[in-house]
Design a protein around this ligand. Structure first.
Ligand code: GLP
Length: 255
């Protein structure tokens, strides 16, 4: 794992943007995450697009997950969130038809999961990830299979509490079920770029980087991936035993 520890979230976001623009092969599939963590990164991609330095025109984008049963026009429907961030000439150049999200409104969510797995099969070049405070990636909650493919997931109380801030701070408004890429689906991406900021992520990042691989901390599966870059701020790195060592390695690679 390549681990960057930045003094602040803003500096971490700038590092993540640089890594993405250097390493994503334009024209290929970009795996896109929701949550608040990657929003600054999407700002940077829009800025770079406006400056003519980057484009998602001709590329496709695949979401990690989607709520089941959320209204088609709900602002927190992940398709709508990602479209608002990325789609259009005034954003990153991504075309709406090239944004793929699991169909949370399908009559058969199980079929929608199978269809999504098939759609993503050609492969994601670079997958952007955030992480839940309980260690989930996508919506792969603790206790799920480390070998899962796109499936129906049940959100934990912790995740629904964390996400209530997007739903008028009312946990009852947060959907209970989702469609999510499985851990094996995420692991099929060629490159992974994980961002984690703030002290709420510190325990999860301790587990992901220094813990044992375990379904209890789903993000730990990334230890088996050959090409992972993790960008943290100091708060998210606070529990790492070897933080100074990771900083030395990062500096030696980026001289
Ligand atoms: C949601 C998403 C995850 C995301 C997580 C963290 O649960 N399904 O993909 O990583 O939130 O969110 P935040 O970045 O807002 O902390």
């Amino acid at each position: 794992m390549r681990i960057a520890i930045a003094p602040t979230q803003a500096e971490g976001t700038a590092i993540a943007a640089r890594v993405l623009m250097e390493r994503f092969e334009q024209g290929k599939a970009l795996g896109v995450a929701t949550g608040s963590t990657p929003l600054g990164l999407y700002d940077k991609l829009r800025e770079a697009h406006a400056a003519g330095e980057f484009t998602l025109a001709g590329s496709s984008a695949y979401a990690l997950d989607e709520y089941i049963g959320i209204d088609a026009d709900h602002p927190q429907r992940y398709r709508n969130v990602l479209a608002a961030e990325l789609v259009g000439e005034d954003k990153t150049g991504l075309k709406d038809d090239d944004l793929h999200t699991p169909d949370g409104l399908a009559d058969s969510p199980a079929q929608a999961a199978a269809d999504y797995e098939q759609a993503i099969a050609p492969g994601v070049d670079l997958q952007i990830l955030g992480i839940g405070s309980d260690g989930h990636i996508g919506f792969n909650e603790p206790g799920g299979s480390l070998a899962s493919r796109t499936h129906i997931g049940v959100l934990t109380e912790q995740t629904r509490t964390d996400n209530a801030r997007f739903f008028d701070n009312d946990i009852d408004k947060v959907p209970t079920h989702c469609l999510t890429q499985g851990l094996a689906t995420i692991m099929s991406a060629k490159k992974i770029l994980l961002l984690a900021f703030g002290e709420k992520k510190a325990e999860a990042m301790k587990q992901v980087i220094e813990g044992a691989v375990s379904a209890f901390w789903p993000g730990t599966i990334l230890q088996h991936h050959p090409d992972v870059t993790i960008v943290l701020d100091e708060a998210a790195a606070a529990q790492l035993q070897l933080a100074d060592y990771y900083k030395t390695i990062w500096e030696s690679w980026n001289k």
